[in-house]
Design a protein around this ligand. Sequence first.
Ligand code: PLP
Length: 347
Amino acid sequence: MQIKELLRPHINSLVPYSSARDDCAMEGGIHLDANESWYDYSAQGKNRYPDPHHRKARSAISSCLFLPFERTLLTNGSDEAIDLLIRAFCTPGSDSVLIESPTYGEYGIFAKINDVAVCDVLLDGELDLDVKGIKEMIRRKNPKIVFICSPNNPTGKSYDIAKIKEIADFNEAITVVDEAYSDFDPGFSSSASLIDENPRVVVLRTFSKYWGLAASRIGLVVADVEVIAALNKIKAPYNVSLSAQEDVLEALEKKDERKQVLEDILSERIRLSEQLEKLPFVKKVYKSDANFILIKTDDANGIQKLLLDNGIIIRNRSLEPLLSGCLRITIGSRAENDRLLEVLCNA
Ligand SMILES: *Cc1c(COP(=O)(O)O)cnc(C)c1O
C-alpha cells in the first residue's frame, strides 16, 4: 500500500499551519512578522522563534550519521514521534497497533491515549521476535503500525535485521523500528537501510541515551519523504527549541568524547554482567546490547528495596510477561557500579 493510502484520509487533505518562519527563513533583515520581542535579553537570539525545519541540526546529523537530509525529522524526544506516527496513521476507535511484550511502554500508552487498540504478540522463550505469531496477528488484525524495539527495552536484545525485514515486508502497513539503544551494539545494522526498498519502514533514534542529551528532548525520525511530509504537517511548528537544536550541533562536534564513554560502558557491561552472575540470588543475567542489564532474581522486590535503602534506584520489571523476578539496571559510572556491587555482595 502507498503511504497516502495508509495515512488517515483527513491528514492527506490537511493544510498545515504556515508559520512566520516558513514564509521567510531569511537571516538578517528586519523581522516584523512574528510578534516577537525586538529586544534580545539572552544575547543568543532567544527572542526569535527557532527554525521549524531544524535545518542546521539536520544537516549536521545527515553528514555525521550518513542519513539523507530529506529523510530526517527532529521531534521533542522520540516520545513525540511515537505520538505523531499514531495520530498520522491510526483512526481512533477503529485502528490498531501491534507490539511485542515485554517492550517499551510508551507505544501502548500513546495508542490508548489516542483510543487506538493494542495487539500484543509476546516474545518467545529466548525473548526474541515470534515472527510466525506476529505474521498471524497481522493477518488477523491488520494493525496500522507494527512497533519493533531493537535493541529492546527492557530485555536489552537486538533483533536480527532479517527478521525485522521479513515482518516489515509482510506487513502492508507501517513498521516502526525504535533504535534508541543501537549505539551500544557495536555490530548493529540499522533498519534505515530497509527504507529504499520498503518506504513503509520508519526508524526512530534519540539523543537521550548515547548522546547524553535526555534533558534537551531530541528525537530523530528517519523515514521516506512522504512519511516525513505527513509528520511535518501535524507536528507543532516549533516542536524543538533553539537550545535543543544547538545542543545537537555541539554534541556532533564533540562526537569523539561520546566514543570514549561508550568504550567505558561496554567494558563495564562485561564486568557488571560477570559480577552479577556470581551473586547467589541472581538466577540469570541476560546478554545485553544496550546500556542496561536485565537480571532474573529470586526476590525482585526485596533486592529493589535493599538497593533503595542504600540510595540506589533501579527498575523493577517483574510484573511484565516473561519477566517474573526481573530487574533492569542501567550501567552507570565505574564508581556507581562499584557501589551497586558492594551493596549487592553484602546482601
Ligand atoms: C529511552 C527510550 C526512548 C527515548 O525517548 P525520548 O523521548 O527520546 O527521550 C525511546 N525508545 C525507547 C525504547 C527508550 O527506552
